[in-house]
Write a new protein. Structure first.
Length: 58
């Protein structure tokens, strides 16, 4: 089995750039993630409430 070649400076620059891009995307999309989470919880509560109401009515 061949050993992996050591990382050169270009590899480190690419890895650092990808980490920075990922961090910026997470930082910028954080409000969107919070809004989606709140909407999902609201939808689940709505489904639970309407399901209970239908069972109680019938």
């Amino acid at each position: 089995m061949a050993m992996a070649r050591p990382l050169n400076i270009l590899d480190w620059v690419v890895i650092a750039a990808l980490v920075i891009v990922a961090a910026v995307l997470i930082y910028l999309l954080q409000p969107l993630v919070i809004v989606i989470a709140i909407a999902a919880v609201g939808y689940l509560i709505y489904r639970w409430y309407t399901g209970r109401r239908m069972v109680r009515v019938s």
